[in-house]
Write a protein that binds this ligand. Sequence first.
Ligand SMILES: Nc1ncnc2c1ncn2[C@@H]1O[C@H](COP(=O)(O)OP(=O)(O)OP(=O)(O)O)[C@@H](O)[C@H]1O
Ligand code: SF4
Ligand SMILES: [Mg+2]
Length: 366
Amino acid sequence: MTEETTPLIELRDVKVHFPIKSGLLFDRTVGYVYAVDGVSLSIRKGETYGLVGESGCGKSTLGRGLLRLVEPTDGEIVFDGTDVRALKGEAMRQARRRMQMIFQDPLSSLDPRQSVESLLVEGLKAHGLAGDKAETNRRLRETLEAVGLPASALSKYPHEFSGGQRQRIGIARALVLNPDLIVADEPVSALDVSIQAQVLNLLEDLQNERGLTYLIIAHDLAVVRHIADTVGVMYLGGLVEEASSDDLYREPMHPYTRALMSAVPVPDPVVEDRRERILLAGDLPSPTNPPSGCRFHTRCPWAQPTRCADERPELRDVVGGHRVACHFAEEIAAGRIRPHEVEVELVRPTDGTGPVDPPGELIPTP
Ligand SMILES: Nc1ncnc2c1ncn2[C@@H]1O[C@H](COP(=O)(O)OP(=O)(O)OP(=O)(O)O)[C@@H](O)[C@H]1O
Ligand code: SF4
Ligand SMILES: [Mg+2]
């Protein structure tokens, strides 16, 4: 493999299942939340991978599992040639420094009682990097400058900043450790639209200057459109589609992605009037009891008997690196299979736990 094609991080069939416990005296496991259920993806050095999907589909759990902030149930995570799941103690600590996380809400992820200086030094100390005072001070100032904050910010507290500035502090806290990979979980969701662009631009500039690799998680397709090289779409714990950002937005191939895209308004009124709209029937099924076969079959307007309900589709290369987890991707793209009405199936938990999907109605599709 050449330098350009070597992934910095590679996930192979990663699973994160949370046990559901019941019983007062004995902790009995009565089921599992299949939050992440077999995800394989890789991110090359210096690239940005955008991970999108509805609330609850497992995006944050995947990001946290990758950093082992939650312990994956199964699968391989290879970071810069090393199997992360096999690392222990000091070796894991070293790897953690190189893989940092930025959170959605900087106010709740930053301790309000700590000054910015103390917040930044904390990470340095944890990794044994807070040596000489003058050197540490230089590092803090340089990091603040890199995120567009004045050195005077060091003595202030999180509540003294605006939302956008607080997210810059969150970025500084990751950056001060000189990481290679940053997992940013909804980094701009809590910010005003005008501020979102500034923070995304900052992330992009930092990537160009420092060769950073990003996994950026968002529920909004528009957020990752410009910043991501590759976009992956998640549904109920699995990746259903992955392509270069351009390809995915030009021609979404998975029925779920097509439905997500069709919900995004287009500024041009003529295009807006003519564009395809796909209404999804029913709610997202519960990850405690995911549907059989293709997890999307209970809501898919293109679902075919009986393969869709029986066989889980692999994420496969359909055309030029555009990966789609759908048995009928080619037929749908060519218009050989037409969308039909979806009658919502009730997915009942087999063990009496978890919610039952509300009854849906027939939703006509175009
Ligand atoms: N520690 C946990 N224990 C049990 N279940 C969990 C835990 N963390 C997450 N889950 C469940 O796993 C599923 C995936 O959650 P996750 O937070 O990864 O989704 P998400 O895609 O990040 O959603 P959002 O867009 O709302 O942030 C959800 O059903 C959630 O309730
Ligand atoms: S495999 Fe079947 S149910 Fe799943 S997305 Fe494709 S057509 Fe729809
Ligand atoms: Mg989340």
